[in-house]
Write a protein that binds this ligand. Structure first.
Ligand SMILES: C[S@@+](CC[C@H](N)C(=O)[O-])C[C@H]1O[C@@H](n2cnc3c(N)ncnc32)[C@H](O)[C@@H]1O
Length: 211
């Protein structure tokens, strides 16, 4: 077995349900090829499941049937993991880097994911403005700069679901101007994964509605 695969079998079963085999296949590919393709650092291998894959899957229950954009998908986090766990939702993975786009497309083919489109672009140049029901992002940038990049992609009433670390409250304070400019309402921070993943892997989500 490759290091880093499934040290948390109960959490994996709970979060992936019927889609656990696909989750394992994706994680195995990422463990095998992620470092050489520059998708993950060598230190990430032992914590691929908990810190990256399970962490991404925690957001799946927040997804609504409709069209979701994942800005800066990189290795497919959270976009591919969400597409695996939520076949009822259409995902558009937005990523500018050619090698990462090639990886995402290869995974879509290998995992036979019919609910994913990959767009090679920066979000600001993606021509997806006003079109999406929800937008996710993980490890892309602080809210102050992330909100101006993600909020314009949403239709009126659409929702930001931005994965954040423990510093999210400070990021919200620094993003006040952007929160006002993009007319974000119902702003809240959700804490996900308590009792499911190890305490140090609990994640936070900045959630807000546009307009
Ligand atoms: C640190 S990586 C995180 C990747 C992945 N979301 C994760 O959690 O592992 C940030 C990614 O965001 C992409 N990115 C940065 N700015 C972007 C933008 N304006 N629009 C779309 N993608 C962007 C980068 O190319 C990179 O793949």
């Amino acid at each position: 077995m490759i290091d880093g695969l499934e040290p948390e079998p109960d959490a994996a079963a709970e979060l992936f349900g019927d889609h656990l085999e696909a989750g394992r296949a994706f994680t195995t590919s990422l463990a095998r090829h992620g470092e050489e393709l520059g998708l993950i650092g060598p230190l990430e291998l032992p914590r691929l499941w908990t810190r990256h894959v399970l962490n991404s899957a925690l957001v799946a229950p927040l997804m609504r049937p409709g069209r979701v954009g994942d800005v800066g998908s990189g290795a497919g986090l959270p976009g591919l993991v969400l597409a695996i766990t939520r076949p009822d939702v259409s995902f558009t993975l937005i990523e500018p880097m050619e090698r990462r786009v090639a990886w995402l497309e290869r995974q879509v083919n290998e995992l036979e994911l019919a609910n994913v489109t990959v767009v090679r672009a920066r979000a600001e140049e993606s021509k997806l403005f006003d079109s999406l029901d929800q937008v996710t992002a993980r490890a892309v940038s602080a809210l102050r700069t992330l909100i101006p990049v993600t909020a314009p992609l949403l239709r009126a009433g659409g929702e930001l679901v931005l994965m954040k670390g423990a510093g999210v409250d400070g990021e919200i304070g620094a993003a006040e101007k952007a929160i006002r400019k993009y007319k974000l309402r119902d702003v809240e921070v959700l804490v996900l994964g308590e009792g499911v993943v190890p305490a140090n892997e609990v994640t936070r989500v900045f959630r807000a509605t546009v307009g």
